[in-house]
Design a binder for this molecule. Structure first.
Ligand SMILES: NC(=O)c1ccc[n+]([C@@H]2O[C@H](COP(=O)([O-])OP(=O)(O)OC[C@H]3O[C@@H](n4cnc5c(N)ncnc54)[C@H](O)[C@@H]3O)[C@@H](O)[C@H]2O)c1
Length: 404
């Protein structure tokens, strides 16, 4: 199976992941049991999550057990928001939720609800039992290559589930939405950098499903007074600088993985090396160029978007550094960050890869006063690698939960 990301190929990375998957699933079920038990201690008293409280903003974070969602939940909790995470754990990690619960154990700070956003009855029940002030909708399947293999899954999970969330918000009077979109909605624009005015012509089901979701949200916003912020992320890297959270995709998803995951897998010996496809692009060093945004900066953009969301208004923003980095540059930074001389094989181009993608982030700077601060690639990768090294089985290892 082949996946395309910034000119890299993970085609040889199939693994025997069935056993690991079963062990992870069993651990997840046990963990979920204890988590629910933990939360059920307050069954007899009215839940603080069920009513609005002056001065407290209650945010529903869908996909909050995932990579970006968990980092966002951590930042929101630090900033005194009340947070409800809804996740079906299809891709996220209960371990990440447990880290957050250990950090914020006080009543009324964080609750986790295990639910599938495709189940509109369950979603409506959640909205009728909880008083949300805003929704940050992260939950999604999010691998370009996988989307070309399973397009219906992507349209269902991304587009149809966004409709479910939006309908629930409309019928329960929740009026602020921050939506996770992607530069994949732009497709392959000829002119760089990409501005929010660049035409959106997505070229894969992932990008198309996100663009359809954006369209649904925009159409709805025209007939409502919902406050909407659509954030189009570029390539997200890095992890919590304090080492509490990281990126831990399920082992079976690694073959669809992203460039930093592939570099770390090569550095830790899980992959024999990296294959860089295409060294004759019209770029400074011939390899593809992408815009890598640190997750700490990305979640900061969400907090700023949330603070500046205005009823009846829509804000659409690119979230990137504005600077393109080549695959060669990325690999060199990864070698330095990990201290491993990763073996790199340079191969010929893959059809369909485009040379350069990077953002023009001036609109978000102008309107939300946001700029990327963590722009040292090597430093972002060093922080992420530190977490990877101490969590070799992601959140599943005892060290993964204890040390965090
Ligand atoms: N990681 C990136 O580089 C990147 C770039 C652009 C946009 N995005 C967007 O950011 C968002 C988060 O991405 P991520 O990298 O954290 O992915 P992730 O897979 O780590 O997290 C997604 C989370 O959503 C949950 N989820 C998926 N389907 C669900 C459903 N039907 N019901 C409930 N929960 C469900 C998963 O279990 C997981 O916890 C996605 O919307 C993605 O499209 C990510």
């Amino acid at each position: 199976m082949r996946v395309r990301e910034a000119g890299m190929d993970y085609a040889d990375s199939k693994r025997k992941s069935n056993v690991v998957g079963k062990i992870l699933f069993a651990a997840m079920v046990i963990g979920l049991f204890f988590l629910v038990l933990n939360q059920s201690s307050s069954f007899n008293t009215p839940s603080p999550f069920s009513h609005h409280e002056p001065g407290v903003t209650h945010v529903l974070v869908t996909g909050g057990a995932g990579y970006i969602g968990s980092h966002a939940a951590l930042r929101l909790l630090k900033d005194s928001y009340r947070v409800t995470i809804v996740d079906n754990l299809s891709r996220g990690n209960l371990g990440a939720v447990k880290v957050l619960q250990n950090l914020f154990p006080e009543v009324g700070r964080l609750q986790f609800i295990y639910a599938d956003l495709g189940d509109s009855k369950a979603v409506n029940k959640i909205f009728s039992e909880n008083a949300f002030d805003a929704v940050i909708h992260f939950a999604a399947v999010a691998y370009v290559g996988e989307s070309t293999l399973e397009p219906l899954r992507y349209y269902h999970n991304i587009t149809s589930n966004t409709l479910v969330v939006l309908e629930a918000m409309a019928s329960h009077g929740v009026n602020t939405l921050i939506y996770s979109s992607t530069c994949a909605t732009y497709g392959e624009p000829e002119k760089m950098p990409i501005t929010e005015q660049t035409s959106q012509v997505p070229i894969n089901p992932y990008g198309k499903a996100k663009k359809m979701s954006e369209d649904i949200i925009l159409d709805f916003s025209r007939s409502s007074d919902m406050a909407v912020m659509i954030l189009r992320y570029f390539n997200v890297i890095g992890s919590d600088p304090e080492g509490r959270l990281g990126e831990a995709p399920r082992p079976e998803l690694r073959e669809h993985g992203r460039i930093s995951g592939a570099c770390f897998d090569a550095a830790s010996g899980i992959l024999p090396g990296l294959k860089v496809k295409g060294i004759d692009y019209n770029t400074p060093d011939g390899t593809c160029v992408r815009d890598y945004i640190d997750v700490t900066d990305l979640v900061d953009a969400h907090v700023k978007a949330l603070a500046k969301a205005i009823p009846g208004k829509v804000g659409i923003y690119n979230v990137g550094t504005g600077k393109g980095r080549s695959v060669k540059e990325f690999v060199e930074a990864c070698k330095k960050a990990t201290g491993v001389n990763i073996k790199v094989e340079f191969l010929s181009r893959r059809p369909g890869d485009y040379a350069e993608v990077y953002s023009d982030p001036s609109k978000i700077k102008r309107e939300l006063n946001w700029t990327a601060k963590h722009t040292d690639l090597q430093e972002s990768l060093r922080i992420a690698w530190r977490w990877q090294k101490s969590h070799q089985n992601g959140y599943a290892t005892p060290s993964g939960t204890a040390s965090s």
